[in-house]
Design a protein around this ligand. Structure first.
Ligand code: NAD
Ligand code: TYD
Length: 424
């Protein structure tokens, strides 16, 4: 397959045909962190979209957040390979860049949980900053192709490094309204909200690509630092890069340390539902497949050196997210009683009485809200999954995939849960 790709590239080269980012020839993706939540969903999305027109190499250290079960079917395909390893391993990444020779490096690998960054910030520097710098540098060396007429570094055609970043690099927006107000958007981004009613917002401001970087947690500080390295590699070495900054994702295969899968899992376990502070913080939720679609569009069509924000105008307060999950699970248990077998304590109620307000997260960002005008107007991206549909699918996925949940909640998860929530 490698030989085939080289052969096509050589023909394109000799015919002097410019290789565009739309899909007219086989693309090779190195996906780091591809056994984690978003990385794995991205791999699934790319395979569903492009089939055997892509080759994928997944590099993942399989930390507590990475699970080979998530990509079990994919790594059995002839066009997908998996390597267990650290993005910070210079020798390994150099070898993979040489041997696999990817067109795209998509860096999902990271420590991704704010609460863990508060207890162990150092690890976040190592993975998120040093690890990112390592793969950036290995990609730079592998893709370098001499210099241009002005002596500036030149890179092989069609190569791109994409850093998967987060809206959290912008810090916190103010929550200007206690009760949400109707959201009005410009005609340019109408497609982003197509078919959805009752759009709302909790504030006047939104994150655009020009919003100053102002991270407030060790996690977001490390992600911001990585972003700055990616941009520095573009400015200094002319490296072909993009950065995407997405809002909170939800969907299948999310580790139950994050709000939505944690709440679903706790309901099934018959535990209380920990809501930080007053539950008034606002997040902008996007279904993970819509994020995956945006990433692939940026890889193939994004302008080199640009940052793209990704989000679908879906703000909600945490307490309402928790209540809607309770409502969905209560309904499913009522209407489809066979699911009651999943309840560890069927005698316990599934209603708002199980919500427990707990000590707030230190430095808890109040509100995130993305303005997706740039990606919507430049690349034509729009989300396809309204929240009501996405949350129903996510709850059902969790109910229907208990072996996966058990594989990640046995062992260290219990210890983590007790340490994080035991005395809260
Ligand atoms: P995740 O924690 O579920 O997955 C991270 C993956 O990276 C895991 O498979 C883990 O094993 C792997 N990994 C960790 N350290 C590694 C290392 N040193 N070398 C190789 N692999 C390593 O995270 P996620 O939620 O899928 O997030 C993926 C990326 O998207 C992160 O960079 C995160 O900052 C970003 N992001 C996440 C969200 C969200 O809502 N989850 C939103 C916006 C951006
Ligand atoms: P989380 O899923 O950790 O994502 P992030 O902190 O990156 O936004 O948390 C989402 C929101 O839910 C955040 O405001 C913190 C809150 N939260 C709770 O109230 N209880 C919980 O147990 C967790 C994990 C999060």
């Amino acid at each position: 397959m490698c030989i085939g790709t080289h052969y096509i590239n050589m023909i394109l080269y000799f015919c002097n045909i410019e290789q565009s980012y739309t899909n007219d020839y086989m693309k090779k993706y190195l996906v780091t962190g591809g056994a984690g939540f978003i990385g794995a969903n991205f791999v699934k999305y790319v395979l569903a979209k492009w089939g055997s027109d892509v080759e994928i190499l997944i590099l993942d250290a399989l930390t507590y957040a990475g699970n080979p079960m998530t990509i079990k079917e994919e790594i059995e395909l002839p066009n997908v390979q998996f390597v267990k390893g650290d993005i910070g391993d210079r020798e390994l990444v150099t070898r993979l860049m040489e041997e696999f020779d990817p067109d795209f490096v998509v860096n999902f690998a990271a420590e991704s949980h704010v609460d863990r960054s508060i207890t162990n910030p150092r690890l976040f520097l190592e993975t998120n900053i040093l690890g990112t710098q390592n793969i950036l540098d290995c990609a730079r060396k592998a893709w370098l192709d001499g210099t241009d007429d002005q002596g500036k570094p030149k890179y092989r055609e069609g190569k791109k490094f994409l850093q998967i970043s987060t809206d959290e690099v912008y810090g916190s927006l103010t929550k200007d309204y206690d009760t949400a107000r109707p959201l009005e958007v410009s005609d340019e981004v109408e497609r982003v909200i197509e078919g959805r009613k009752n759009l709302k917002t909790f504030g006047r401001g939104f994150f655009t690509e020009h919003t100053p970087l102002a991270p407030r947690s060790p996690y977001s500080a490390a992600k911001t630092s990585a972003d700055l390295f990616v941009l520095a590699y573009h400015d200094t070495y002319g490296m072909p890069v993009n950065i995407t900054r997405c809002s909170n994702n939800y969907g299948p295969y999310q580790f139950p340390e994050k709000l939505i899968p944690l709440i679903i899992n706790n309901i099934l376990e018959g535990k209380e539902l920990p809501v930080y502070g007053k539950g008034e913080n606002v997040r902008d939720w996007l279904y993970v497949a819509d994020h995956a679609k945006a990433i692939d569009m940026v890889l193939r069509e994004g302008r080199i050196g640009e940052v793209y924000n990704i989000g679908g105008f879906n703000e909600e307060q945490n307490i309402n997210i928790v209540k809607s999950i309770i409502d969905i699970i209560a309904r499913i248990m009522r209407e489809e009683p066979t699911y009651r077998r999943l309840l560890r304590h069927p005698e316990r109620p599934i209603d708002y009485s199980i919500i427990r307000y707990v000590t707030d997260r230190p430095g808890h960002d109040m509100r995130y809200a993305i303005d997706p005008t740039k990606i919507a107007t430049e690349l034509g991206w729009y989300p396809e999954t309204p929240f009501t549909e996405g949350i129903e699918k996510t709850v059902r996925w969790n109910l229907d995939n208990q072996p996966w949940i058990e594989s990640v909640t046995s062992g260290d998860y219990r210890k983590y849960y007790d340490e994080m929530y035991g005395n809260r």
